[in-house]
Ligand binder design. Structure first.
Ligand SMILES: [Mg+2]
Length: 180
């Protein structure tokens, strides 16, 4: 049996949200407290770590694919390596199969990493869309949120709830490491 892998949403999990705006340049990406430390713990347990992120700022021509690559290069210089970063540039109105809550990015990961067992993976995100994506892809879901309103509204979509990624790493992942 393969070790589980981890799927992470980006905005609101790895980096600070920009209310009503997109991260369109590296200087706008502010990593949330404890995220590098959380990922260091996660790397000890999960076989792969992926980011799956909707970035319709590209579809809106607010940034280019090259801008996003520069943002992600800067991000990984701050948080450490990520096995693969998947993004969907499409607009909501495009109804892309890649765009969460559709599961195209999970299917792509399974294609790229054939050993992946999605039913053993975790999806960590901060929105309803992330939870639905995880559920549709047969993963366990982890909500990152300050309060429990989303978890209470959609209990069938949320398996675990933590306030921050470092809480998830310390309280959920670290105990699984046992004596390793
Ligand atoms: Mg998010």
């Amino acid at each position: 049996m393969n070790a589980p892998s981890l799927f992470l949403d980006r905005d609101g999990v790895i980096n600070q949200l920009r209310p009503n705006d997109y991260v369109t340049s590296p200087d706008q990406l502010i990593v949330l407290p404890g995220v590098p430390e959380a990922l260091a713990i996660c790397r000890k347990y999960f076989q792969h770590i992926f980011i799956v992120t909707n970035q319709q700022g590209i579809g809106k021509h607010l940034m280019t694919e090259d801008d996003l690559s520069a943002i992600h290069q800067h991000m990984t210089s701050l948080i450490g390596p990520i096995d693969r970063i998947y993004h969907c540039p499409n607009l909501v109105s495009d109804h892309s199969f890649r765009r969460k809550p559709n599961i195209g990015m999970a299917i792509q990961a399974k294609h790229d990493f054939p050993d992946l067992q999605l039913s053993q993976c975790l999806m960590v995100g901060d929105t309803y869309t992330d939870m639905l994506f995880g559920r549709r892809a047969k993963m366990k879901t982890v909500l990152i949120a300050d309060d429990n309103s989303l978890a209470c509204t959609y209990p069938h979509l949320v398996d675990f709830h933590f306030r921050t990624l470092i809480d998830f790493a310390n309280l959920y992942v670290a105990p699984l490491l046992g004596g390793h």
